[in-house]
Structures are given as structure tokens and as C-alpha cells.
Design a protein around this ligand. Structure first.
Ligand code: BG6
Length: 468
């Protein structure tokens, strides 16, 4: 949760304009997240405006908002305030049909909007770029905030170009580049786990840690998203964005505070030190694509997929965090679709003890700190003299489960946006840095230096792995 809490009260009146209102992102994630935030009484007084190419009227749009907000009915913990706020937002919302890549149409969308304006680009990346360019010819109301989704550009150059356009429109603190993983309570809990305790942090360095893995496999396959995913692939969709943010939280130095400047400086610093392991993208990356399996057909048979593009649905990448603290420790990131079991956790594996006293024997395993992102839990694996023979070592696990966060990740992120708090937004330099980290890998893949492996959909992934 951000600094001021869900019930931290509202700033003045605001208008949230969603460009791409009829699209998948708005319906699946953005509106439900907004509904949860409004129902929890955590949003300021809000007018919601939807805009897009679809030939919708206010009624059609309102139906979509009601459906998306529906799940949060009855979850009002604010004495009725949240329920009234939901009814107000639904009652006052409207839809404007517009081509958002044209300045004159954007002017029409923004005509007469009141209060502080927040423009959310819920659009494919290429359209977002065009809409931003078009906004250069529109006079934006004072204090306007811009909210963008990943992928932010398609490489260092395009991200830098987009940053230049954005900072001509509004100052950097008013640009919110959304990474909804930063809104997941367990991801943010990495900061609390590391810096609000004495017991873990002194061990988190090259002196004691053998490796750090961040794994986010999903059982889900493509789910009809070929239009976007086939051009992105697992590396850009998950690793370049979400998993690098997790790496940053695991490896960063303690920020002075959770103030946006301090926190984002600490994130930027550690990512600037991060690079492909050994400077060798060929040896330090792996890519694969799912083939026919029990639950899903092959990726290449999904509607809208161009098999010739060679898009990977699973990627692995080994990185070095080249700082005094982490020199020599491999950080191994992996994410795949249609992977059985869907393991989602960060695993810190500790080095072996210098020696185990003679006479103690048994199945000794390395100590591990595991942070689970689904289910949300922290577990510590270590060895003790187990029951029975007191000279035999047994592995045990101490685990704590977390309840889900008060808000879904998109609600958490929107809370920051609507309260003008960019702590959980990706800063411009960090967005470029994340592309800089993965670009040697995309270049090696493009040059055909790394083979595209296959794995049956629903299996544990390809037989080969950089994590084993
Ligand atoms: C999105 C990716 O950003 O994150 C998806 O585009 C992925 O491909 C999703 O499935 C995972 O996030 P969550 O919150 O649904 O686990």
C-alpha cells in the first residue's frame, strides 16, 4: 500500500479519462481495480470519461462500468461512503467516440472536463505513441497526469523518444508508467521483509548468498491476446518489466524512505548496475515456445499468431548485479506461459555452511528464503536435528501466509495515480534502463544465436534450463 493508505482521503475533484475504454485492458483490469478503490472509499471525487473508436453510447459504456465494478458491491468498509461513491461514478460517467490519435478529437474528449485531469492510455503501444504525439497540439489543463501501460516503447531508443514527448507534455512526477506488479502486496512486502527486520538483511549479500531466482510461470496460455503478445513475447511481456522490478526490490540498498524520490532513486541505482551475466547473452539466456499439450494446442496454432515470427512463450535470463554487495551472485529470471504447476516465487539460495560437525549426518539441503507471489507467502527452508535419532539432520520449513492485499494490484496502482503519488510508478530513466538490460539478449535471439526450444503445453517447461 502507498504511504497514505487506502482511506487516506481525497485530493480535489478529478476526471479520469480512459483512452481505449472499450478495450481488453480497461475491461479486465483497469475498471475492476478502479471499482475496488472507489468501493473502499480510497478515491477522490471522480468523474469517469471513456473514449475510443468503438461506436458506443453512454448507456453501453455505463453497462461496462457497472459490470466491472459489480464484483466490489457489498465490500464497502467505509460506512456506506464507498457505495455512494460507486453510485456517483457510475451515474456521472460518459463515453466519447473519438480517434485518440488526432489532436482535434482529443480536444473534443477533454473539452469541458473539470478538476484535475488524469489521462489513462489503455491502448496498444503504437497507438499510445501516436496519441502522445497528438497531445503535443492540445492545451492540457494545468496539473494533468498521464498514465501509461507497459510495454513502454520497444527498446532503449523508442522508450527514450517516448520519454522526450511525455516530458514536453507534463513534468516527470506527473507521468505514471504502470507496472501492476509493484501494486501486488507480496512484491512490495519484499521491502518490509528486508528492511523492517534485523535477521535477513545482514545475510543478503555475496558473502552468504549463492543465487537468487525469480520465477513467474503461468498455467494460462495466450487467452486470445495474439495481437499484442505475438509482437512482445515472454522477455518483453514479463522479464523486461515485472521481473526486473522484483529483482530491483530484492537487490536494492535500503532507501532512506518510501518517499517517491528516495525509493525510485534506490531502484534506479541497482538497475543501472544490472547486466547480462558474463556479458554473454548466448550462454545466459534461453527461449522456448509451447507445443501441443493436454490442455492447450500449440502456440503456433493460436488464432492471430505468425509462426514465422518465432515469438517465445518462455524466457530465462541470467543477470549480474555488479555492486559491492552482489558481485558474483547470479540472478536468474524466468517466466513462461502454459507451464504446469505455475510456480511463482523468488528464491534466495544461501551458500553451504563452512563445515558441518562430523557425526551429524542426513539429507542436508541448502537454506532457502522463498517469497511466493501466488499463493502469497514467505517460507524459510533450513536444517535441524530432527525427531528420532538426534544426530540425523532433517530439513524443515517455517512458513507464513499473507492474506491478499486490501486492494487488487490495479487498485493499488490507481490509488497512487489518483493521489498524485508516483512511488509505485516506473520512472522514465528506469524504463530505459530495463530495455538496456535485455537488449543484448534480443539482439542475440534476432541473430539466431540462441535456439528456440519447445515444450509441451502444460509441462514443466523445456528440459534444458538455466535455473537447474
Ligand atoms: C501482464 C502480462 O502484465 O501480467 C500477462 O501482460 C500476465 O501476460 C500478467 O499474464 C500476470 O499478472 P497477474 O497479476 O495476472 O498475475
Amino acid at each position: 500500500m502507498t504511504n497514505d493508505g487506502v482511506h487516506g482521503g481525497g485530493s480535489g475533484e478529478q476526471t479520469l479519462v480512459i483512452l481505449g475504454a472499450a478495450g481488453d485492458l480497461a475491461g479486465r483490469l483497469l475498471l475492476p481495480g478502479l471499482g475496488a478503490l472507489v468501493a473502499a472509499g480510497g478515491a477522490p471525487k471522480l468523474t469517469l470519461v471513456g473514449a475510443g473508436m468503438d461506436d458506443w453510447d453512454d448507456e453501453r459504456w455505463r453497462k461496462r462500468v457497472v459490470e466491472a465494478f459489480g464484483a466490489h458491491r457489498g465490500k464497502d468498509a467505509s460506512g456506506g461512503k464507498g457505495e455512494r461513491a460507486v453510485a456517483d461514478v457510475v451515474g456521472g460517467t460518459r463515453y466519447v467516440r473519438a480517434d485518440v490519435t488526432r489532436a482535434d478529437e482529443l480536444r473534443r474528449v477533454l473539452d469541458g472536463v473539470g478538476g484535475e485531469v488524469v489521462v489513462f492510455f489503455a491502448l496498444p503501444p503504437a497507438i499510445t505513441g501516436k496519441a502522445c504525439e497528438a497531445l503535443l497540439d492540445v492545451e492540457l489543463p494545468e496539473g494533468t497526469r498521464l498514465v501509461l501501460e507497459k510495454p513502454f516503447g520497444s527498446g532503449v531508443r523508442s522508450a527514450a523518444a517516448l520519454n522526450r514527448v511525455l516530458t514536453r507534455l507534463v513534468p516527470e512526477e506527473r507521468i505514471h508508467r504502470v507496472d501492476h506488479f509493484l501494486g501486488k502486496s507480496t512484491v512490495l512486502n519484499i521491502v518490509g521483509l528486508r528492511f523492517a527486520n534485523r535477521i535477513f538483511e545482514p545475510l543478503l549479500s555475496a558473502e552468504h548468498v549463492a543465487s537468487v531466482d525469480v520465477v513467474f510461470d503461468e498455467e494460462l496460455a495466450l487467452e486470445g491476446r495474439a495481437g499484442y503478445y505475438d509482437k512482445a513475447g515472454a522477455l518483453a511481456d514479463m522479464i523486461q518489466s515485472h521481473l526486473l522490478q522484483i529483482l530491483a526490490l530484492l537487490a536494492m540498498e535500503a532507501p532512506l524512505s518510501m518517499d517517491p524520490r528516495e525509493f525510485r532513486d534506490a531502484v534506479a541505482e541497482v538497475l543501472r548496475a544490472t547486466r547480462v551475466w558474463g556479458g554473454d547473452p548466448k550462454a545466459s539466456s534461453l527461449r522456448a515456445r509451447y507445443a501441443d499439450g493436454a490442455q492447450h494446442c500449440a502456440y503456433t496454432k493460436e488464432p492471430g499468431v505468425d509462426p514465422e515470427r518465432g515469438t517465445e512463450t518462455l524466457a530465462e535470463l541470467v543477470l549480474a548485479v555488479d555492486t559491492w554487495r552482489w558481485a558474483g551472485v547470479p540472478f536468474r529470471l524466468r517466466s513462461g506461459k502454459a507451464v504446469g504447476g505455475g510456480r511463482q516465487e523468488a528464491i534466495i539460495t544461501f551458500k553451504e555452511p563452512p563445515r558441518i560437525p562430523g557425526g551429524l549426518h542426513g539429507p542436508h539441503q541448502p537454506d532457502r528464503l522463498r517469497i511466493g507471489f501466488g499463493p502469497d507467502r514467505v517460507a524459510l527452508d533450513f536444517n535441524i536435528n530432527g525427531p528420532g535419532d538426534p544426530f540425523v539432520i532433517d530439513p524443515v520449513t517455517l512458513a507464513a501466509d499473507f492474506g491478499p492485499g486490501e486492494l487488487p494490484p490495479y487498485g493499488e496502482v490507481l490509488h497512487g495515480v489518483l493521489h498524485d503519488d508516483p512511488t509505485l510508478s516506473v520512472r522514465g530513466d528506469v524504463a530505459e534502463e530495463c530495455w538496456r538490460i535485455v537488449e543484448p539478449v534480443t539482439a542475440a535471439w534476432r541473430a539466431g544465436e540462441v535456439p528456440l526450444l519447445e515444450y509441451p503445453a502444460g509441462s514443466a517447461g523445456p528440459e534444458e534450463s538455466l535455473l537447474s
